[in-house]
Design a protein around this ligand. Structure first.
Ligand SMILES: *Cc1c(COP(=O)(O)O)cnc(C)c1O
Length: 355
């Protein structure tokens, strides 16, 4: 996906270079309009990266010290870090063992009078069960902040991820489904007031230069990245279709192998396969076997947030979130990128079958 659009990217870069305008200019405005349209939200606000987008989303809602925010127990650490940055406490809720996404049936038990928000993460590219999550949020008067870093273009019941929550964050880290050439991210929302707050917070707390309304950050998306992302966004649906085709080949080829668990998609959800994650008890041995045949795999993620040293102060221990721990101990992400051929999938199957 990198080579075919190189020329187009280089032309875009040259125009950017010649514009002599490198921060918060027309390219950022254009990308924000493009991405809002793609995501079918009223607003998109370009942010420096995905973690900062989640951080600003929480700040925009006024979530802070003493508050609790519900996050899945199996996620990339960034989801929890954003909660910690504003002084709130991440409260972990276990995922469903089939979809790997937060289990809506377990959320209510984690709600206290300090709970302010639920942060669903559409993990590996599959949309969470947003209708059930939204019903809980409405019942308890909680905000929803989607972590849409892995799932641009996924839907639940025909509504895009990143369009369900009050204010949502996404990431354009190079490895994501829509990747910049460096760090970048965005907020999406249908709420004008929250979009406005996010724009002020990302830019030193200022709307008018040198007039600072609040204690803000420098968390702006780069003009250069925005220009490149507008080009790449045009190809995203096509890349997603390729990912889904590759996933189908994997499903077909690996279906007969008893020792591995294949990914499952929930009713009404779509999956954009940021990652194709299988599970097996002999994960480490299988990874080594594949590696010996020059098939690179990764583990997303080897240590769940509650067992990270950074979160030792929360006092969690092994066994507290057994489903997240089981996933961490058995998951393996197989190669997945647009442009992969069926032959590659068959070869990976053959090497796995030898094992
Ligand atoms: C990548 C990722 C982030 C953070 O995005 P960055 O742009 O790397 O800061 C947050 N949450 C999840 C689930 C991610 O995968």
């Amino acid at each position: 996906m990198h080579v075919p659009i190189k020329q187009e990217i280089m032309q875009t870069f040259e125009a950017f270079y010649d514009s002599n305008w490198y921060v918060l200019g027309d390219k950022v405005k254009q990308f924000e309009a493009d991405y809002a349209q793609f995501n079918q939200t009223e607003y998109a606000v370009g942010i420096s990266n995905g973690l900062d987008a989640l951080h600003i989303a929480l700040m925009s809602l006024g979530i802070g010290k003493g508050d609790e925010v519900i996050v899945p127990s199996n996620t990339y650490i960034a989801t929890a870090l954003a909660v910690s940055y504003v002084g709130a406490t991440p409260i972990f809720v276990e995922p469903n063992i089939e979809t790997y996404n937060i289990d809506p049936n377990l959320i209510e038990a984690a709600i206290t009078n300090k709970t302010k928000a639920i942060m669903p993460v559409h993990l590996y590219g599959q949309a969470c069960e947003m209708e059930a999550i939204k019903a809980i949020a409405v019942k308890y008067n909680l905000y929803i902040i989607e972590d849409n870093a892995q799932s641009q273009g996924a839907q639940f019941n025909n509504i895009y991820t990143g369009a369900w929550g009050d204010i949502n964050g996404t990431s354009f880290y190079p490895g994501k489904n829509l990747g910049a050439l460096g760090d970048a991210g965005a907020i999406t929302t249908n709420n004008k007031d929250l979009a406005q707050k996010a724009m002020v917070l990302r830019n030193y707390g200022s709307q008018k230069k040198y007039y600072n309304e609040v204690i803000g950050h420098n968390m702006r998306i780069d003009e250069c990245q925005a220009a490149i992302l507008s080009v790449k966004l045009k190809y995203l649906n096509n890349w997603t279709e390729q990912r889904q085709q590759i996933a189908n080949w994997y499903h077909e080829e690996l279906a007969g192998i008893e020792q591995i668990v294949l990914p499952k998609t929930a009713l009404k959800a779509t999956h954009v396969y940021h990652l194709y994650v299988i599970r097996t008890k002999k994960r480490d041995e299988l990874q080594k076997h594949l590696n010996d045949s020059h098939i690179g795999t990764l583990i997303h993620y080897p240590i769940p947030p509650h067992l990270q040293q950074a979160y030792a102060h929360l006092g969690h221990k092994t066994g507290d979130f057994p489903i997240a721990e089981e996933i961490a101990n058995t998951c393996l992400s197989l190669p997945m990128w647009p442009g992969m051929t069926k032959e590659m999938v068959v070869e990976i199957k053959d090497v796995m079958k030898q094992f």
